[in-house]
Design a protein around this ligand. Structure first.
Ligand SMILES: [Zn+2]
Length: 301
């Protein structure tokens, strides 16, 4: 009898972690999902809405994306209007009061980062797809990733107090690693000759990464955010590349490459394709390093 009881107890304990209810987290974008996975550990189940191959400005709000939102306890969004074209109908359709804007279950990552390129003049349509609150592409910068990790740890601890210690410890360790990574890479890029620390981007989405690494963006292939390059603008980009000596055009995998490749050929430079976000099984750190290595290799050549 006693033996049976202890066996039953052993079995129960062995099964417990499987049955323990994990905090249900939904992240809009892959980088936010990777950060949430690292902070959540085994205590959270994280679903990501957009793929790392998708341009985060334009995601198809298909109804299947509503499903994970229905039962979510925490929704992590980028903010600064990056998801404004597709997220609001999903949140409305999910009818889950726990993750509505302004609730504890809604975490806007942009509240926790150091924003860049906040427009000082009033934003008009003529300026292109400019975000009035500032440039929304901050997850490329591991220092901003560290801030988001810290915010995630605190919010998860509030929502799931039983596992608070774990969330806070993982967040702290991750933030420390990310800040160390940023310092190491900044020092490494500083060793490149000044002439090689100049970059052209396709979209104005790598600003935070350049700020982290001490690089200068001389111009963008897009004349204004979200506006495709015209022949006139392309000619200006080429002139700028020749005048400044910038030879590397950097862009995420989901932006068109034809114009960039033509420019690179004419300026005797190269196009470097950076990850648009963490892959489904990739850590945020690995994803950041994948981009940093590609950029360093292109600039050092
Ligand atoms: Zn953008």
């Amino acid at each position: 009898m006693t033996r049976h009881r202890s066996l039953a107890l052993t079995l129960l304990i062995a099964l417990l972690p499987l049955n323990a209810v994990a905090l249900e987290v939904v992240a809009t974008l892959p980088d936010l999902g990777a950060l949430a996975r690292a902070v959540g550990g085994a205590d959270a189940k994280v679903t990501v809405l957009a793929s790392h191959r998708q341009d985060p400005h334009y995601v198809d709000p298909r109804p299947s994306l509503m499903l994970p939102l229905r039962s979510a306890q925490l929704l992590v969004v980028n903010g600064l209007q990056l998801e404004q074209g597709w997220l609001p109908p999903l949140i409305r359709g999910a009818r889950n009061p726990r993750v509505q804007v302004g609730t504890q279950g809604y975490l806007d990552a942009s509240f926790f980062v150091q924003r860049l390129q906040v427009p000082t003049a009033r934003v008009s349509r003529a300026m292109g797809d400019v975000h009035p609150g500032g440039n929304p592409h901050f997850t490329h910068d591991p220092r901003q990733g560290a801030r988001i990790a810290t915010a995630l740890g605190q919010r998860m601890a509030q929502l799931d107090p039983a596992h608070a210690k774990g969330y806070l410890a993982r967040a702290k360790a991750l933030a420390t690693r990310l800040n160390a990574l940023a310092s190491r890479q900044r020092a490494r890029f500083a060793k490149l000759p000044a002439a090689k620390r100049k970059v052209v981007s396709y979209h104005r989405s790598l600003t935070y990464l350049y700020a982290c690494l001490g690089l200068t963006e001389v111009t963008t292939v897009e004349p204004r955010p979200g506006i495709p390059p015209s022949p006139g603008h392309t000619a200006k980009v080429l002139t700028t590349m020749r005048q400044t000596g910038a030879r590397v055009i950097a862009q995420e995998s989901f932006y068109p490459r034809r114009v960039s490749q033509t420019l690179a050929r004419l300026a005797k430079g190269r196009v470097v394709v950076l990850p648009g976000g963490a892959g489904p099984k990739e850590t945020y750190e690995a994803r950041v390093m994948r981009g940093v290595e590609a950029l360093h290799a292109a600039l050092a050549r």
